[in-house]
Design a protein around this ligand. Structure first.
Ligand code: NAD
Ligand code: LMR
Length: 323
């Protein structure tokens, strides 16, 4: 029997309540692969976690092997194949994600050290808790047994948002939109970039868009979509975030025929500091993640990208003692 151990932190929270059920009912893994879920939350959330476990059992998922609920990270990260780091404080109205940095950074520092000791060295880590890119850097610096290439931060929610907004504007199906990418930080400085985008294998629809719609409507709408959701729901995105984590995990396991965006830390040809988790255009084939490094950037694109890099460098500076 093939088996994968997936650890989810913050498992009693909002995102996890969608994510767990998406993974267990989805088709990321072959049907003959069994899934063991290790669900971690803090001690006071254990009663909720027990309720979540009972609901998982009630679904009678055929791929489920076991569910372990715990407040002990040493148990949660033991032998993990995939670690989904969701557990962290979310922002509320009026906050920027970076305002969470000092509250959340220590969670990631502590967990990194335990992941380092307990998880498989080949484990793949996806960082979701905000500010996700800089938390990923904390993980990378404190979990030296895990290769950097196995750590990524979530940008898929931004990419999905951008695709959906573009699809509504152009009246085209999302599946026919290709090569849409998001550069930089998962923050209001991110740069959703449609310059290389094709719709139905052609760039005609993109070229016919009003440049003012792109700069004054599309880009800020994507950049601020998280805040727009909080404004309406009173809470940050959860189901759409879970869906994006599912897509991200699926891409890591099965690859993708489209360009993808994820926060990764690597040398690059775009003159971006290689000690930050920055979202690049990526091609992903099973275990191989490569930057698409021959994109020509105009002055405006470079300005957006450099602004986001600057923000990530200042976030790094704030938590430098944890690195
Ligand atoms: P939530 O408050 O509903 O759930 C967070 C859970 O984490 C809670 O159950 C809490 O008890 C738990 N937790 C706190 N500290 C923990 C620790 N040390 N170990 C284990 N669990 C811990 O929040 P949510 O809506 O699920 O969001 C979780 C995080 O994801 C937030 O930081 C949010 O901003 C972020 N987020 C990121 C993206 C993205 O695209 N990167 C999208 C949406 C939300
Ligand atoms: C999002 O983009 O919806 C999340 O990062 C939550 C937030 O704080 O905006």
């Amino acid at each position: 029997m093939k088996k994968k151990i997936i650890t989810i932190t913050g498992a009693a929270g909002n995102i996890a309540y969608s994510l767990i059920f998406r993974i267990l009912s989805g088709d990321i893994f072959e049907r003959n692969t069994k899934i063991q879920l290790n669900l971690l939350d803090i001690t006071t959330a254990l009663p909720i976690l027990l309720g979540v476990k009972l609901e998982i059992e009630d679904c009678a998922f055929t791929q489920l092997d076991d569910v372990i609920i715990t407040d002990d990270p040493e148990i949660a990260f033991a032998d993990s194949d995939f670690v989904l780091l969701v557990g962290a404080k979310p922002r509320t109205k009026g906050m920027q994600r970076a305002d969470l940095l000092l509250d959340n950074a220590s969670i990631f520092q502590k967990q990194a050290k335990i992941i380092n000791d307990k998880a498989k060295n080949s484990t793949k880590i996806i960082v979701v808790g905000n500010p996700a890119n800089t938390n990923a850097l904390i993980i990378q610096k404190n979990a030296k047994n895990i290769e950097s290439k196995n750590i990524s931060s979530l940008m898929r929610l931004d990419q999905n948002r951008a695709k959906s907004i573009l699809s509504a504007k152009t009246n085209c199906k999302v599946e026919n939109i290709q090569q849409l990418i998001v550069w930089g930080n998962h923050s209001a400085t991110q740069y959703p970039d449609i310059s290389n985008c094709t719709i139905n294998n052609s760039n005609d629809d993109i070229l016919s868009l009003d440049p003012r719609w792109i700069s004054d409507d599309f880009i800020p709408r994507v950049q601020n979509r998280g805040a727009e959701i909080i404004e309406h729901r009173g809470k940050s995105s959860a189901a759409s975030a879970a869906s994006a984590i599912y897509d991200h995990l699926n891409t890591i396991v099965n690859g993708s025929s489209d360009w993808e965006s994820m926060g990764i830390m690597t040398e690059n040809k775009y003159d971006i500091d290689d000690e930050i988790f920055f979202s690049y255009p990526l091609s992903i084939n099973k275990d191989k993640i490569n930057i698409i490094d021959n994109i020509e950037l105009n002055t405006s694109s470079i300005e957006y990208i450099k602004k986001s890099e600057k923000e990530l460098l200042s976030e790094r500076d704030i938590i430098k003692d944890l690195l």
